[in-house]
Design a binder for this molecule. Structure first.
Ligand SMILES: Cc1cc2nc3c(=O)[nH]c(=O)nc-3n(C[C@H](O)[C@H](O)[C@H](O)COP(=O)(O)O)c2cc1C
Length: 206
């Protein structure tokens, strides 16, 4: 499935190859009773996983959260990722400046959050990718991810960078990134919640 993002002001469209062909509509907690994708089989055991944890998948949130707007988006994403509509997923969060290649290798899917700074990803998320890119390049290919960005006016450069880096890693976007400018509206936060829930649904049982 290909997702398209139209930028305000007639910017370039980006194309996101998304992993979520099976994704049905998922709505925030306030509008439940919609349907997450149903998987025929449960999670595949992770090689080397300790006994008793075979079924658990790990969803890692890597975020740079320097303001209340981004904190609200982070919390909405995390709440969606932890929805009780999806089982078998353990959610962890790491500030981008502390996340390591081991964190990434041990996770099965990713949520990435950042402000737009100087027309690009924040230095913190860029630093994260600089640290993990080659150590994780082969082992994490085709893992699902979702992104959320916050800017004051124009996220074009940051979106392009996120697409470029995650394409290089061969990560699969479950949907195009959520982009918010200004104070996040209720709809914006619902979109964040959905993003978290959709990535969780890619990993767990619905
Ligand atoms: C150094 C700096 C550069 C920024 N560059 C951009 C930019 O290029 N595009 C944009 O939309 N917002 C930009 N912003 C705004 C940030 O994205 C915004 O401050 C951040 O998302 C937090 O939002 P808030 O300040 O409304 O809470 C920049 C902010 C700073 C501090």
């Amino acid at each position: 499935m290909i997702g398209y993002i139209a930028f305000p002001g007639g910017g370039t469209d980006l194309h996101w190859t998304t992993a979520g062909d099976a994704m049905a509509t998922i709505r925030p907690r306030a509008a439940r009773n919609t349907h997450l994708p149903v998987r025929a089989a449960g999670p595949v055991p992770r090689p080397g996983a300790p006994l008793g944890s075979e079924a658990m998948k790990r969803l890692l949130i890597v975020h740079h959260t320097p303001s209340p707007a981004l904190q609200a988006m982070f919390e909405a994403v995390r709440e969606g990722a932890r929805t009780d509509e999806v089982s078998g997923v353990e959610v962890t969060a790491r500030p981008a400046l502390t996340a390591s290649p081991v964190d990434v290798l041990e996770a099965d899917g990713y949520l990435l959050g950042t402000p737009v700074n100087l027309g690009y990803l924040s230095g913190a998320l860029k630093h994260f990718f600089d640290q993990v890119y080659y150590p994780c390049l082969e082992a994490t290919a085709r893992r699902p991810f979702g992104g959320y960005l916050h800017g004051n006016n124009d996220a074009t450069g940051a979106l392009r960078a996120l697409e470029s880096i995650t394409t290089g890693l061969k990560w699969q976007a479950v949907r195009p990134p959520v982009v918010v400018t200004g104070e996040p509206s209720r709809a914006d936060l619902e979109a964040c919640w959905e993003l978290g829930a959709l990535v969780a649904a890619e990993l767990g049982d619905v």
